[in-house]
Design a protein around this ligand. Structure first.
Ligand code: SF4
Length: 379
């Protein structure tokens, strides 16, 4: 076994964990076969020894203690920190500034490790940082579904209070085509288990994942699974994919056809209409999503959320074009931003200069996003 390599952090976390300390429990993704996902491609999965994770926790504890005692600048100026210790020191400093209230366990699926090891890590966190209010992680439905109810309850009691599951869709047909490695039934089993254990659950839905052909199937099946689970959060993410990716690699019959913004709005609306008898909070909390104003609690806000989508769908095509371009170029965040005259003029000028018309807007924005993905720019 490799000896301790020092403090480590993985590449990603959910936006809602911006103030959390990131603790790496495993490296990369144990599945790594979803056709739409490039985050860990070519990276080998490995478990980190529990002793290494505990050493990371102790290192951060040592630095936060020094910082709280006012010796932070002495640690920094001593100049004898290794690169790994520097990154632990920076993580400790940022976390302290953010109030040290939450921790996110990385990478893609911390629940894949042996439950007793996860419990040992959680207990050590609680021992070192008793003030921490929230410990969260990404998890695959497959991993959660395999854990016994009693072990999951012990994991929850040891401090894991929220998991983020990439449901993407609950259409079995699409799940198979995108090689997600789970079924609708496994998604439901995992979600119900997490809820029974008392773990707060965020389910992520990927809009556009069915393309034009399976958009309705995606919306209807996903709403049905979410109705069975009643997760605490339903979060929308928009699929942006390089044209070169064979998304439906698991199918010989269908090839993926990307969807326009209006088709995706109709898809989300159909999904929301199908949500029934649940009390989830619905959020569209990513800057890549077109309609970030979708934010409300079910069941009370369901009519309002559906109306937001209808408002976009019903707008004259010219208004939709202006909003789509303004959102994708960073001039608008919400639809009401179109009422700000200067910003609207700037967007109209972009349309004029780039030759974007109502007929070409979808294609041109698709090309713009492709270009930005190729160059690694945010889009
Ligand atoms: S399970 Fe998650 S991290 Fe792993 S390949 Fe699929 S989407 Fe990517």
């Amino acid at each position: 076994m490799q000896s301790y390599q020092g403090f480590e952090q993985g590449p990603i976390r959910p936006p809602s964990e911006a103030s959390s300390l990131l603790l790496r429990v495993t490296r990369n993704c144990p599945w790594n076969r979803c056709t739409f996902c490039s985050v860990y491609k070519k990276q080998k999965f490995s478990l980190r020894p529990v002793a290494d994770v505990i050493a990371d926790i102790d290192t951060v504890h040592r630095f936060t203690t020094k910082l709280q005692e006012g010796f932070g600048s002495r640690v920094e100026s001593a100049g004898n920190l290794s690169p790994a210790e520097w990154s632990a020191f920076a993580a400790a400093r940022n976390w302290l500034a953010d109030g040290m209230r939450s921790i996110f366990l990385q990478d893609a699926d911390s629940l894949v490790i042996r439950p007793e090891n996860l419990i040992a890590i959680l207990r050590h966190i609680k021992m070192r940082f008793p003030q921490v209010e929230r410990i969260t992680s990404y998890a695959r439905s497959e991993s959660v579904a395999r854990i016994s109810d009693s072990q999951l309850a012990e994991i929850a009691a040891s401090g894991l209070n929220r998991i983020h599951i990439g449901m993407e869709t609950a259409s079995d047909r699409i799940l198979q085509m995108i090689s997600k490695g789970v079924s609708k039934e496994i998604h439901i089993t995992a979600g119900l288990k997490a809820k029974t254990a008392g773990i707060e659950l965020s389910e992520y839905v990927l809009t556009g994942i069915g393309g034009r052909e399976f958009s309705r199937d995606h919306a209807i099946e996903t709403a049905d699974a979410l109705n069975c689970i009643n997760p605490d959060f339903i979060r929308f993410r928009t699929l942006h994919l390089m044209d070169s990716v064979n998304l439906f690699a698991g199918s010989e019959l269908s090839s993926y056809q990307w969807t326009s913004d209006v088709v995706q709005a109709e898809e989300i609306q159909l999904l929301l209409k199908g949500l029934d008898g649940i009390t989830s909070r619905v959020r569209s909390d990513h800057s890549y999503n077109l309609l970030q104003e979708i934010d409300g609690n079910l069941p009370d806000d369901k009519p309002r959320l559906i109306a937001i989508l209808q408002h976009f769908i019903d707008r004259p095509q010219r208004e939709r074009t202006i909003f789509q371009v303004g959102k994708r170029t960073g001039h608008f965040v919400l639809m009401c931003d179109m009422e700000i005259p200067l910003r609207r003029e700037q967007v109209e000028e972009i349309c004029r200069q780039s030759g974007i018309t109502d007929e070409t807007v979808d294609e041109q924005l698709h090309d713009l996003i492709q270009e930005r993905m190729r160059s690694g720019m945010p889009y």
